[in-house]
Design a protein around this ligand. Structure first.
Ligand code: KIV
Length: 295
């Protein structure tokens, strides 16, 4: 854990300008890392926006860390939009990216465009993210063609967990690394404004980042990416099932919640809660009048 606590950018928050996809590109050109985190609800988005994160991803990791599914496959467009709207109500400055769920963009380009549009029209998002490289080139091109910014996602693409044989690192052989580089170049050509690189060797991620003009956002891809993203429930220690090796845990909220709930139960059982300061009272006069009324 860091020994110095960064001061919140709270005071400058009101004057901060909305982060755009152009700002992503400019940050890369200046060599300034782009910061991104996931959020799925209003209070978390509010706190993140106040802290000054560049971008908030309403990730389909929602399925696992909030809804309790085994993987990201079951989450639907309706569920994603429900959470996207909550995040949009909380965050006014960060660039908001809606993660297109499994089967919302794979069946046809038309469906991909329609569902991407729903994230902006009904979810309050500024952009969308989808998984895959060359096989999604047509969909990315079509979505970008309608004026919707698209972020790609390469490497460990969780929606392909069954094809990949589990949540495992990608691009570790020479041929897989070459394919990943080509996919990144294809996404750049199709007009994507950035690419998430998940669980790929650090030197490969750094090489790819140098070969393309759009920013790469790494998760388990080392420090050579143009930005970093983490699943917030991992960072806060809120997701108990497992923590990937690449996560830096900044807090243990699961333990904190557990402590608070135990204390609450004990307080109620021992009648320490509610105390007088948590209680509403009425005047003695009104109480006396009430006693008369019920006689
Ligand atoms: O769904 C998600 O949270 C993601 C991140 C891991 C980038 O796609």
């Amino acid at each position: 854990m860091s020994t110095t606590t960064p001061v919140s950018t709270n005071t400058t928050h009101a004057s901060r300008r909305k982060v755009t996809t152009l700002a992503f590109r400019q940050k890369k050109e200046r060599g300034e890392p782009v910061t991104m985190l996931t959020a799925y609800d209003y209070p978390t988005a509010l706190a993140m926006d106040k802290a000054g994160v560049d971008s908030i991803l309403v990730g389909d990791s929602l399925a696992m860390v909030v809804l309790g599914y085994e993987n990201t496959l079951p989450v639907t467009m309706e569920e994603m939009l429900h959470h996207a709207r909550a995040v949009a109500r909380g965050a006014k400055t960060a660039l908001l990216i809606g993660d297109m769920p499994f089967m919302s963009y794979q069946v046809s380009v038309e469906e991909a465009v329609r569902n991407a549009g729903r994230f902006l029209q009904q979810g309050g998002m500024d952009a969308v993210k989808l998984e895959g490289g060359r096989e999604r080139a047509d969909a990315v091109r079509a979505i970008v063609g309608t004026g919707i910014p698209v972020m790609g996602h390469l490497g460990l693409t969780p929606q392909s967990v069954h094809q990949l044989g589990g949540f495992r690192a990608q691009g570790k052989t020479a041929s897989a690394a070459k394919r990943l580089l080509e996919d990144a170049q294809i996404l750049e050509e199709t007009g994507a404004f950035g690419i998430v690189l998940e669980s790929v060797p650090a030197r490969l991620a750094e090489y790819i980042s140098k070969q393309i003009s759009i920013p790469t956002i790494g998760i388990g891809a080392g420090a050579g990416c143009d930005g970093q993203v983490l699943v917030t429930h991992d960072l806060l220690g809120l997701f108990e099932r497992f923590t990937p090796k690449f996560v830096k845990q900044y807090a243990n909220f699961h333990e904190e919640m557990n402590k608070a709930f135990l204390e609450y139960i004990d307080d109620v059982e021992t009648k320490r809660f509610p105390a007088p300061e948590h209680t509403v009272e009425m005047t003695d006069e009104e109480w006396a009048a009430f006693q008369k009324e019920i006689k």
